[in-house]
Ligand binder design. Sequence first.
Ligand SMILES: Nc1nc2c(c(=O)[nH]1)N[C@H]1C(S)=C(S)[C@@H](COP(=O)(O)OP(=O)(O)OC[C@H]3O[C@@H](n4cnc5c(=O)[nH]c(N)nc54)[C@H](O)[C@@H]3O)O[C@H]1N2
Ligand SMILES: Nc1nc2c(c(=O)[nH]1)N[C@H]1C(S)=C(S)[C@@H](COP(=O)(O)OP(=O)(O)OC[C@H]3O[C@@H](n4cnc5c(=O)[nH]c(N)nc54)[C@H](O)[C@@H]3O)O[C@H]1N2
Ligand code: SF4
Ligand SMILES: [Mo]
Length: 691
Amino acid sequence: MDSLHRHICPRNCYDTCSIISTTRNGRLVAIEGDPEHSYTRGKLCPKAMDEIHKVYHTQRVKYPMRQRKRFSGQWERITWDEALNTIAQQILTIKEKYGTTLPIALNKYSGNFGIMRNAWEGLLKGIGPTTRAIGSPCWSAGMDAQHFDFGVFFCSDPLEMEKAKLIWLWGVNPAWNAVHQMPIIFRAMEKGAKVVSFDTHLSATAARAHEFVQVNPGTDGLLALGMCKIIAEKGFLDPELSQYSLGHEEFLSYLNEEVDLRKCSQITGVSIKTMTELALEYSTTKPACIWAGFGLQRYSNGGQNLRAIDALGALTGNIGRPGGGVQYGHMETWSFAGPLAPQNYHHSLDCKVDINQFAPQGLKMDPPLKMLLVACRNPIQQEGKQREWQKLIDQLDLIVVSDLFHTRTSLAADLFLPVTTHYEHWDINASYWHYYVGINEPAIKPVGEARSDLQIAWDLSRVLNELDPGSSAFPTSGSEKEWVLGAVGEDLCQILELRSPQELLDGPKRANFPSTSWQEKIFRTPSGKYEFYSEKAQEYGHDPLPKFKPPYSPPEDTPLRLLTPHHISGLNSQIYPSDTDVYPLFTEEIKANYYVAHIHPQTAMAYNVKSREQVALWNKGGSLTAAVQWDESVALDTVVIYQENRANIKVPHLNLLNSGNLTDMGPCSTGAYGLALNETFVGMRKMEGRS
Ligand SMILES: Nc1nc2c(c(=O)[nH]1)N[C@H]1C(S)=C(S)[C@@H](COP(=O)(O)OP(=O)(O)OC[C@H]3O[C@@H](n4cnc5c(=O)[nH]c(N)nc54)[C@H](O)[C@@H]3O)O[C@H]1N2
Ligand SMILES: Nc1nc2c(c(=O)[nH]1)N[C@H]1C(S)=C(S)[C@@H](COP(=O)(O)OP(=O)(O)OC[C@H]3O[C@@H](n4cnc5c(=O)[nH]c(N)nc54)[C@H](O)[C@@H]3O)O[C@H]1N2
Ligand code: SF4
Ligand SMILES: [Mo]
């Protein structure tokens, strides 16, 4: 007999889809999008369609494993008892030797954004103060920017975009990264909306837009300021601006005195004519929606750039207008309760290490870090600072990775704890884009001996207490379903209009927020107004106004910019085994062992390289060999290598070249600066005789 189950895709993805699975004889046989979910609308992306394959994949790690020697690949199956005892004993040894549990560190981020994974933090809080990775490699600068302008970062219901008459997709690539937004954009287009994409290269989204504005990397803030100046000079400011904003006079004087359109055009690469046409179109078409993506803020001036874009929305009265606004994301449905709640899981004496500088900061700790727990994270693949990572690995007595598959990080691990997928456990997920929160129920029994992160946390707590009674205050058993429902506290019930959390079992619920953010023009800033002039920004060391700050320029010896954006066929470092072959012309050997570097033919010719020939790319971090693909969509003097796990994990990896540069903002909302990934520069040389 077939039975159906509800799931929420837990990946770090705008869409947070509602999924219905079918099982037959205890086996997962079909996955489809929930037709009743107004955002998912019955459709899923190719990655989700590959999940059945992934759940039963032969390479999925299904048993706890121990690696005889780090990086040897000699893994042997062990029992859960052995694995948990090894970890618990190590925790107790550390506590005895150092008189504290601070040498134990957790590095966790976004492999799975379900709330249940917070059991790791809950467990650690239960054993004492530990070292935690804080911050985000992803969106911190933009979050701070919106925080300074609006008081909190919040966006309208993304379904509202259908009402827009003009849509500016600014540094965002939904055709690959938020595929469910595309039908909404297409519906707006059918009703006559114009769509403009602002990007550094012709992305899949730009290719579907009416107009593509190619912006020099990291200069969007100046482009926005130039347009603000034009709008002010032409008299298209929102007449009610002074009623709901603070500091617009100061901002207008800055535009008047310091923003020079000729310089704007030189720096941004956008002509004054185009800038003027865009500015006039934006200020005279209502509603006009800007979606500012995460790509444009991955710079040392990323936060300031987003503040300038917000200002454009505010000056023209598009903020608070149905179908308008400056969309970035939100976390307003993340108010969970209990031990799984993000706000509750820190111990007051925890030591916080910046997730983007985990190894360098971790090496400086006193007492020294001795044990690393990794969950929902592949830090060695997804971060730079490889030399420091190697040193940290050498210093650690125990490295434990909980994951589904082997990763570049598990190569360095001593123990591997196999976890369940979202088809095998209870969970609850909120979106950082739309307004739904939903429950995930298990459809099948755990594959092999996999356990959920919550079950692992309970089990570890039990073993700790068996070895040393009272050593862990975290519960030692429970019902996953009850825990997950227990995370839906009163606040969340109110937002979701639930009489009881059980109602979530009937399907995802939409928060009762007004569809349009800031419609009342009451902001959550200290002044209650939209703040062009933000004292809070000043407190955090920024100019109070959204003034332009130049990005880094490429050094002479490494003159090419390396962009490593997200790819349609993967999700960050996660493996999707039946990836379609995006490089059919390359040999299997190349595909298995090398990244593919997309380079504009003009740049490639300057280095005398043709498609499928190989180049060495290098900078201070290291070097790697890549196969070249001529690609006219890429900007000049730029190399694009899509972030994916195509290359064999034993060959040098992409983030060897990651500069480790940080964004200008982030500490206000996430506790640390973000990663200025797009300010990575490389030198390039043809590898003679290699193709
Ligand atoms: N070069 C380059 N580097 C980047 C980026 C880039 O664009 N270019 N992007 C950056 C950004 S924006 C982000 S958000 C980060 C993302 O980096 P990470 O947060 O590390 O995310 P993932 O690579 O998606 O997943 C990490 C691991 O979590 C595992 N996982 C999945 N589900 C579960 C689960 O339920 N439990 C446990 N324990 N593990 C699970 C996955 O199998 C995977 O191995 O990378 C950053 N790094
Ligand atoms: N299929 C798939 N979906 C994903 C992910 C994935 O790996 N694969 N990752 C998820 C995660 S963790 C994230 S953070 C989001 C990211 O999703 P997005 O918000 O779309 O961000 P990015 O992919 O980093 O970059 C978007 C675009 O910004 C452009 N860009 C780079 N620099 C600049 C600039 O200076 N100015 C302008 N105007 N544009 C610029 C890039 O060329 C790119 O086309 O996607 C999520 N969804
Ligand atoms: S990865 Fe994104 S688009 Fe694909 S199913 Fe998950 S949430 Fe939906
Ligand atoms: Mo991200």
